[in-house]
Design a binder for this molecule. Structure first.
Ligand SMILES: [Zn+2]
Length: 590
């Protein structure tokens, strides 16, 4: 979201390093929370839709927990950035908010941010939500929208997009609080979308529904589910019917979240086909890091929001289909491009985007006050995306517990009286240990994902090696588990070249397990050092210390590759590093 600029005088305040010192090594602990259960797809839903755990049953730890806590603190403990006056201004579309010209966006996304935060145990959320509701709900217009009352045929797509986030956020607030005022506000706003359908139904490229309008889908589906509004489901179906390959990556992927939500309710297989087609376009447009441009198929910069929703849409598609290839794409963008896009503040934003060199500063709004972070949208949606990812670490299907991502976390599975504790070096992924906790022995099948990047996996149960089974399948173990049982996984994966954009290309990236390595401008001139030393068979020639060798224009060799995700600890938000991720392959010994 960077098509217009705001000049509000926001006080940045806090020192960034302080945040790191506070939140590094802090697990996200559970506290009492009053949210109702998230929808769960078990029971009479037809397979293979997985059930996903309630947020309140998940404790994120390790690096994912640290990043999520940092992202959350950057939002929910920052009244200097997000004052009540700024919420009021955002709701009314008047100066005083980061994005006054996207009415509903800030408070809507914040309600969704709060939903995730409260789920994970941030006990300060209910008070904050009450305060925000007190200033935003009174300014809803008679038409039902937030911002100026311009008539149902108004053409400003920012207004329709911001309000779509408001719709989703209001439904999240209703789910969390049970207060009818949120449901009523959402219902009036959804009626606004019903009334403006004709304005936007063919405004997207090629006569498709405009994605800035169409991403109201997820809110409409929730209104049907939680409010019993059948008309909202009918409108959702009409919108989804017109979904296609629209250009704005984030809003399109947000739309496809709604399309998959609609599938969850209707079981219309055509909806999954639409979502899969969009993901195919993403796959064709992405770069080796798993990252996407802000606009498809190509654009000069990325957007944290789009990366977060690319992660989530892939996770949702796994849930709907059980296909691990969606997890591969989800993990790739999560641990590489999305992690790289996060800043030391905990927020997310925009960095330059190209196949070979990424990461430099691009658009910087508010006269550069926040550097490349975009606290008006990306910092919010990045937090939301990281929080959502926690729900897919372990999923349930039938009598199976599926371990999909190996991030350190505790995940309670109350229906089988079990908690699984994962401890790992995620995202490096050399090893993971899963410990079973249960009051009494529990019989279930454990299905461990076999990541595509792993050349080999060894598994021990309580110290004894077990057969990992054939490649291409899950590693499955059905037994009666006792509390304290331990499953130890070791992943074998050396440094490897990933030719890009296709096998046989003369350029390649270097990966170590799931992690993409890059050369940072903090370490070398990334324009001059553009080649990798390989042998006659195009295999990496490593230095004596085991490091890949990068060759400069002057023939000099350096060994400075590091995982690009580590760049989030770079302190300069205003001038982020450039990162070379693609290299020419240079044969021979020097
Ligand atoms: Zn954004």
């Amino acid at each position: 979201m960077a098509s217009s600029k705001s000049k509000q005088d926001m006080n940045q305040g806090w020192g960034n390093r302080l945040w790191l010192s506070i939140f590094l090594f802090v697990g996200v602990t559970l506290a009492g929370c009053n949210m109702g259960p998230e929808f769960q797809a078990a029971g009479n839903e037809s397979p293979p839709l997985r059930s996903i755990p309630d947020l309140k049953n998940i404790t994120l730890r390790g690096e994912l927990g640290t990043r999520w806590a940092s992202a959350t603190a950057n939002l929910l403990t920052r009244p200097d950035r997000y004052s009540l006056d700024s919420y009021r201004a955002n709701a009314s579309g008047t100066p005083g908010a980061l994005w006054p010209d996207w009415p509903g966006d800030q408070f809507g996304r914040m309600f969704s941010v709060m939903h995730v935060a409260e789920g994970y145990g941030w006990s300060s959320v209910p008070r904050l939500r009450q305060a925000v509701a007190g200033v935003v709900l009174p300014v809803q217009t008679e038409d039902g929208n937030f911002g100026p009352r311009l008539g149902l045929d108004q053409q400003d797509s920012r207004i329709i997009s911001g309000n779509a986030f408001a719709l989703r956020g209001l439904m999240d607030a209703y789910k969390d609080s049970g207060e009818a005022r949120y449901l009523e506000a959402a219902r009036r706003l959804a009626r606004y979308y019903e009334a403006t359908f004709e304005t936007w139904e063919e405004k997207g490229e090629g006569g498709l529904v405009h994605e800035f309008y169409g991403h109201c889908l997820d809110g409409l589906v929730r209104l049907h589910e939680l409010g019993g509004d059948a008309w909202a489901l009918d409108l959702a179906k009409r919108i989804a019917h017109l979904a296609g390959r629209t250009s704005h990556t984030h809003h399109s992927l947000s739309l496809y979240r709604g399309v998959i939500d609609l599938y969850r309710v209707t079981k219309d297989a055509g909806l999954l086909e639409k979502a899969e087609d969009y993901l195919k376009w993403c796959r064709d447009s992405r770069i080796v890091t798993g990252g996407l441009p802000e606009n498809m198929p190509a654009y000069y910069q990325d957007e944290g929001c789009a990366l977060a929703d690319y992660l989530v849409v892939n996770l949702m598609m796994f849930r709907a289909t059980g296909r691990d290839d969606f997890l591969e794409d989800a993990e790739r963008v999560l641990v590489n491009h999305l992690f790289m896009n996060q800043f030391v503040t905990g927020g997310f934003g925009h960095r330059l985007f190209a196949p070979d060199i990424i990461g430099a500063k691009g658009w910087q709004g508010w006269e550069g006050r926040f550097g490349s972070e975009n606290p008006g949208c990306c910092s919010l949606w990045g937090q939301w995306g990281l929080g959502q990812a926690g729900r897919y670490i372990i999923t349930r299907q039938g009598n199976a517990a599926e371990v999909n991502l190996f991030a350190a976390a505790d995940v309670g599975l109350p229906d089988i009286g079990t908690r699984l504790e994962i401890r790992s070096d995620f995202p490096a992924m050399k090893a993971a240990v899963i410990t079973v906790r249960c009051d009494r022995p529990a019989k279930f099948e454990l299905r461990l994902r076999r990541p595509a990047w792993a050349e080999g996996i060894s598994v021990k149960v309580n110290g004894k090696e077990v057969e990992a089974g054939p490649p291409g399948s899950r590693i499955t173990m059905e037994r009666t588990w006792k509390s304290g049982d331990k499953v130890e996984m070791t992943f074998r994966s050396g440094l490897r070249l990933v030719p890009w954009p296709a096998a046989g290309s003369d350029r390649a990236a270097v990966f170590d397990g799931p992690l993409c390595l890059g050369l940072s401008s903090a370490a070398a001139d990334v324009d001059a050092y553009d080649s990798l030393l390989v042998d006659a068979q195009a295999n990496l020639v490593l230095a004596a210390d085991g490091q890949p060798q990068v060759i400069g224009n002057d023939g000099q060799i350096i060994c400075r590759l590091r995982p690009i995700c580590e760049d989030w600890q770079s302190p300069d938000v205003a001038n982020p590093n450039r990162l070379r991720v693609l290299f020419l392959l240079k044969k021979g010994s020097i």
